[in-house]
Write a protein that binds this ligand. Sequence first.
Ligand code: FES
Length: 184
Amino acid sequence: MSSYNEEPEVNPPKPPSRKEMSRRQFLTYTLGGATAFMGAGVLLPMTRFAVDPILHKRGEGDFIKVAEVSQITDVPQEFNFELKQQDGWYASTATLTAWIRKDEGGNIYALSPICKHLGCTVGWNNDKAFPDEYHCPCHGARYTKLGKQLAVAAKPLDQYKTKIEGGWVYLGDIVPNTEANKEA
Ligand code: FES
């Protein structure tokens, strides 16, 4: 039996039924998924368009065909070649120079002409007082045929990575000279 003092029974709110919940979820997922899909469709091409030139390799690791092997002698010769560069959005072409020679064993070496003192350009056999050497006209640095420093500069001339293929000499990145210090 119930008395008058008893609190009236309060029914707690009914939890939403399984059917209502799944309909709401379905709408949420569908709209969210469609929005994300459309957003990605717009943003991804834009992002790629903006970032691609920055990620694009700038010619590093590439080799460029420079001279026929048959042209190379034991006397260093000057060869000029072009390097296409991409710096962000800016495309340019640089003209580079290499002094290429071969040793008694037929191995081919290519030296960079950039003086290791302050960056002027060296030439081969261009100072009568010091024949058969590289000479820098700026402050008188001198280098042997292999590029070893003899005066003024503190380091040997850098060299290009070389690759021989199909009778041609290909040049790659400029790297520290590994041959110069073999000289006595
Ligand atoms: S830059 Fe070559 S000697 Fe100074």
